[in-house]
Write a new protein. Structure first.
Length: 197
């Protein structure tokens, strides 16, 4: 069973529909009791860093996510769900992130922001989960990108600069693109995450 966190800031039903289309059993997670029978957890995301982080904290979901990851259980972050794993963001500099990964979230310094549309994500770390992946085009919608302090890059993409578009660290996989909006590329990515993580 895959749990999808509902914190009123995610493209929840697009993610759920994509998972169901490949035969996955899915459950919406809002409180601790919802975590009981799941074995994988997804943190989706569309919106701003500060309000999203505040909602996670107020609902108690931030502690549940941190506990889940510390216990080594499979986790997937999508878009804002990637950014929230880091320590802070330029979007909301006074709000601490989940602090599960060292580094920060920066705003693109270019004329055309947000970065919207299909772009190539290149596999840049060929160990663990990345061994089953290949360079593919995915759909992006974002104005900010992560800047990890550790060598945890899973995907990289070019948009005015080369930025980290996916990471993997132990049981954590997280991507800046939207697999649920990325047609066959996204479906294949979700299948591989379910099968291999």
């Amino acid at each position: 069973m895959i749990g999808v966190v509902d914190y009123k800031a995610g493209n929840l039903f697009s993610v759920i529909n994509s998972l169901k289309s490949i035969g996955a059993n899915v459950k919406i997670v809002r409180v601790m009791e919802d975590m009981d029978d799941i074995d994988k957890l997804i943190l989706p995301g569309v919106g701003a860093f500060g309000p999203a982080m505040n909602r996670l904290s107020e609902s108690g979901m931030s502690e549940l996510i941190i506990d889940w990851i510390f216990k080594g259980r499979p986790f997937l972050g999508i878009c804002l769900g990637l950014q929230l794993l880091f320590e802070f963001s330029e979007e909301s500099p006074d709000v601490k992130g989940l602090c599960l990964l060292k580094g920060s979230v920066k705003r693109f310094n270019c004329k055309k922001v947000p970065h919207i549309g299909w772009n190539l994500a290149r596999v840049s770390k060929r160990i663990d989960f990345s061994k089953s992946l290949k360079d593919e085009y995915f759909y992006f919608v974002h104005s900010y990108y992560v800047e990890p302090e550790e060598d945890i890059t899973l995907f990289s993409t070019e948009y005015s600069i080369e930025f980290v578009s996916g990471i993997q660290k132990e049981n954590i996989v997280a991507v800046q693109f939207h697999p649920e909006k990325s047609a066959n590329s996204g479906i294949n990515f979700l299948k591989k995450w379910i099968e291999l993580c």
